[in-house]
Design a protein around this ligand. Structure first.
Ligand SMILES: C[S@@+](CC[C@H](N)C(=O)[O-])C[C@H]1O[C@@H](n2cnc3c(N)ncnc32)[C@H](O)[C@@H]1O
Length: 341
């Protein structure tokens, strides 16, 4: 057995520090996290020793348990080789991580074996919880349909583009497909701007804008109390409390007119209903980021039609249309950046 550097994380800090270290890509997921008295010995990938010490952990050499050279998919296939063939062929081969939680999509036909599947995925992927995403998000609050098949902790922290997103994956949605758009929000130059995020969620767009774009203030409105709780926590976690004004409630009740240089409408499927409110919030010449889903072949006409209806005699100019992600066969999620007035 070979030795690898391992960070000694006090058990009391393990629940927050280990997911953070995983998100930062410091942890060698091919080796086991073991117990050492009141500490967890977290195996480190090469080059992370100093970083672990800077986080306040002693780094020691530990025996590496069960280092695997095969891919996780190969190990899972091997460990579950005894399952009936009709179940094996439905096993998921990709997953998302939110800290030390893995989220998979799995056919219901696998349900009779879900305990074993959950245990094996948790073990191989080195996570404490495995959740099955049963089918996207539902309703106005975009609540996810998630079933825990291993472990019990559904709250964790995801690190993405230098932003920490704390969330409970069983309570609030996280659209992994929107990653490029979240990154783009941080790359915009919004120096001195007032930005309104009408559908802030846990801070998907608010946080990169507040942290990186130079915006003077971001008014982040969210109606779902569970998402709002995490929005408050994420504002604090990311140190942007001086720039973000969180508002709990329906964005149609936001007070004031012509106050924003930019309005973000990160919501799909009913977004055009909210365009009149977005336009009333904008200063003349301000920009709205209008998200929605459209059939691929007609998205330009549909976007123009929604804007014609909402703007009336007010002129507008479509600056850019981007495809955020594919949504369903022949349907994509688009965002149009539009200058109004
Ligand atoms: C689809 S999520 C945000 C998705 C996000 N843009 C992303 O990249 O993943 C939309 C959020 O808008 C909130 N919401 C829906 N209607 C609202 C309203 N009228 N006012 C404020 N928030 C609302 C929902 O609760 C949900 O958290």
């Amino acid at each position: 057995m070979r030795s690898i550097p391992s960070a000694l994380v006090p058990c009391g800090r393990a629940a927050t520090a280990i997911p953070e270290m995983m998100s930062l890509g410091m942890v060698d997921r091919g080796a086991r996290i073991s117990r050492r008295g009141d500490f967890r010995a977290v195996p480190l990938l090469p080059g992370n020793e100093r970083r672990a010490e800077e986080m306040g952990f002693e780094v020691v050499m530990e025996d590496a348990h069960e280092i695997e050279r095969r891919t996780p998919q190969e190990i899972i296939a091997d460990r579950l080789s005894g399952l009936p063939p009709e179940i094996k062929e439905l096993l998921p081969w990709k997953w998302e991580f939110v800290g030390d939680i893995a989220i998979i999509r799995m056919d219901r036909a696998c349900d009779p074996c879900k305990d074993l599947i959950g245990r094996v995925y948790a073990d191989v992927l080195g996570v404490s919880t495995v959740c099955v995403d049963r089918g996207g998000v539902a309703g106005e609050f975009r609540r996810p349909d998630v079933e825990v098949i291993h472990g019990d902790r559904t709250e964790s922290v995801r690190l993405e583009n230098g932003i920490l997103y704390a969330m409970d994956v069983a309570e609030v949605m996280f659209a992994s497909g929107n990653v490029a758009e979240r990154r783009r929000m941080g790359e915009m130059d919004c120096k001195g701007e007032t930005v309104v995020d009408m559908f802030a969620g846990i801070g998907y767009f608010t946080l990169p804008i507040a942290k990186y774009s130079g915006a003077e203030r971001v008014i982040a409105c969210e109606k779902n109390p569970d998402s709002y709780r995490f929005l408050l926590r994420n504002i604090e976690l990311n140190g942007v409390g001086d720039r973000v004004i969180p508002v709990h409630g329906d964005n149609r009740d936001l007070v004031g007119e012509h106050l924003a240089d930019r309005v973000i409408m990160g919501y799909v499927q009913r977004t055009s209903d909210f365009l009149p409110k977005a336009i009333s919030l904008l200063r003349a010449g301000g920009i709205v980021h209008y998200h929605d889903t459209f059939y691929v072949h007609e998205h330009r006409e549909r976007i123009a039609r929604a804007l014609d209806k909402a703007c009336g005699p007010v002129p507008y100019e479509i600056l850019e249309i981007r495809e955020v992600k594919s949504f369903a066969p022949l349907i994509s999620h688009y965002v149009a950046e539009v200058r109004i007035g």
